[in-house]
Design a protein around this ligand. Structure first.
Ligand SMILES: Cc1cc2nc3c(=O)[nH]c(=O)nc-3n(C[C@H](O)[C@H](O)[C@H](O)COP(=O)(O)O)c2cc1C
Ligand code: SF4
Length: 474
């Protein structure tokens, strides 16, 4: 592997030296401050409540719910860990399907009347754990992420894709065995789905969540609709039509669940799907791809144009939304831009660039949108690859107003209380720092529950670890 590992940088200078070598304009503070007055300790005041610091837990599912969509002990453990993390914003917990055909796997959580009390208990247990550890919850904001997995739906069997798409896609259709329009959701089906999102939000409000995230990222349905340039009818073509799904859900929720706030997690740029090259498995753009079908893309399939994502943010502001979570691409078809990693997941490809390039790309795109939309509260993603230097970069980007809140994904699977440690001025525990082994992604791609098998002692001891090792050999 050509790229130096982050763990090999022994000093902040080594780390920033590497950034310079790569020509990356990513700020990083040499010293990280602690306490309420530190950049990361500052409060944000929103309509929906107070957020006591600048750390956010990003949504992360575990493929570990029951077949009828209720949480299991594994799900509860993850949410309790989110509660003890010290972060004061919980962006959605994990993707929760608004109905059965939209589940990304047969173990994804689902919100309905029958599951309401258990979905509620996830929140109360998280809040309880936070109260026990930090003695207050008045500055903790907890939302629920609502989803329909669209093209990536596998509601009935782990191995059976049952895609429902927004439009045809020459690179992705063959990967799902799609050869005609029959998997496309019709306009009438989308209208019914909008009602299902609204009904799900009404239930989320009953379950005490402060906001719902109307998921528009990672290639799932909401995101695919944003790039539905070729889709005919009321939900495709023009910007107005491509955002109709979001607008109608927001209007429906305002009418049916007054007082419930909303956020939108959006892939603010996208590249064409990648595939492993035949020679060395390094990722290359899929030759079959249509570069136009990328929301936030510049038409080349490999570049960024934030004009439409910025228009989308303006629209969200006009609709009274104040929370946006910025992410990029898709973990299925271009994971190197979505969750930069040294070691790819088993269905991925070797990184085509130093993963620091991917981290910086997301941070700078988010910074541009934060600059253009000062009235939104914007959470950034994709920081985990920074590893030991995550707190240094996090402080620098918050301090300089490049983002309002730093979202943490994989890092809290391996090191759940990293935010608490940073804010209390403790030295990071190196053996808990995520090294982006990708086992938490490889496991579910092989039908195994997700978790940090290499570093979390709980998962290390699970029998599934052996199964995962076998799957990786295969
Ligand atoms: C195991 C796993 C599960 C995830 N599940 C979700 C999810 O349910 N919803 C979502 O929006 N993103 C999901 N993500 C993406 C993360 O929220 C985040 O964007 C990504 O991991 C990059 O951030 P990081 O570099 O801090 O890990 C998941 C990521 C991982 C590793
Ligand atoms: S399995 Fe653990 S170390 Fe590997 S990427 Fe996931 S959280 Fe990080």
């Amino acid at each position: 592997m050509a790229y130096p590992r982050i763990a090999s940088f022994k000093s902040h200078e080594d780390f920033t030296g590497r950034l310079k070598e790569l020509g990356l304009d990513l700020p990083s503070d040499a010293e990280v401050q602690s306490g309420d007055d530190s950049p990361l300790g500052q409060t944000i005041t929103l309509k929906s409540g107070k957020v006591g610091n600048r750390f956010c837990i990003l949504p992360m599912e575990g493929w570990d719910g029951t077949s009828d969509g209720k949480p299991t002990e594994l799900t509860r453990r993850r949410w309790v860990n989110f509660g003890i993390s010290g972060a004061k914003l919980i962006w959605g917990g994990e993707a929760v399907a608004v109905r059965h055909d939209g589940r990304a796997n047969p173990n994804q959580l689902m919100i309905n009347d029958a599951n309401l009390s258990s979905i509620e208990s996830l929140r109360t247990e998280l809040v309880g754990a936070h109260q026990e550890r930090f003695d207050r919850t008045d500055d903790l904001l907890v939302g629920l992420q609502l989803t329909h997995s669209g093209r990536f739906a596998r509601p009935n069997q782990k191995t059976l894709a049952e895609p429902r798409t927004a439009q045809r896609n020459p690179a992705l259709d063959p990967r799902f065995g799609i050869s005609d329009d029959s998997k496309m959701l019709s306009d009438d089906e989308l209208k019914k789905l909008i009602d299902d999102f609204v009904a799900a939000a009404v239930l989320a409000k009953k379950a005490g969540y402060a906001f719902v995230d109307i998921k528009h990222c990672h290639g799932y349905l909401g995101h695919e609709l944003l790039s539905g340039f070729d889709r005919p009818g009321q939900f495709g073509g023009s910007f107005e039509n491509r955002t109709r799904f979001a607008r109608d859900i927001i209007a429906g929720i305002r009418a049916e669940a007054p007082g419930l706030e909303m956020g939108v997690r959006v892939s603010v740029f996208d590249f064409v799907p990648y595939r492993p090259s035949d020679e060395d498995r390094i990722g290359i753009p899929d030759e079959k791809a249509d570069p136009r079908l990328t929301f936030g893309g510049d038409g080349s399939g490999l570049g960024i144009d934030l004009s439409e994502p910025s228009l989308f943010m303006t629209l969200l502001e006009e609709l009274g939304i104040e929370l946006v979570c910025s992410t990029a691409g898709s973990p299925y078809y271009n994971p190197h831009i979505q969750r930069p990693a040294y070691f790819p997941p088993s269905d991925g490809y070797q990184p085509p660039e130093d993963p620091l390039v991917g981290v910086t790309r997301q941070i700078l795109a988010t910074a541009e949108l934060t600059r253009l939309h000062p009235n939104l509260t914007i959470v950034g993603s994709g920081y985990t690859y920074l590893q030991d230097w995550l707190p240094n970069v996090a402080q620098a980007v918050v301090r300089t107003g490049m983002v309002d809140s730093v979202g943490l994904g994989r890092m809290v699977l391996s090191y759940p209380d990293l935010p608490a440690d940073v804010l209390s001025g403790k030295t990071l525990v190196r053996k808990k720092v995520c090294r982006t082994f990708s086992d938490c992604t490889t496991a579910p791609r092989n039908g195994i529950v997700s978790g940090c098998y290499p570093l979390d002692p709980f998962y290390k001891d699970m029998p599934e670890r052996k199964e995962l090792a076998e799957a990786k050999k295969g």
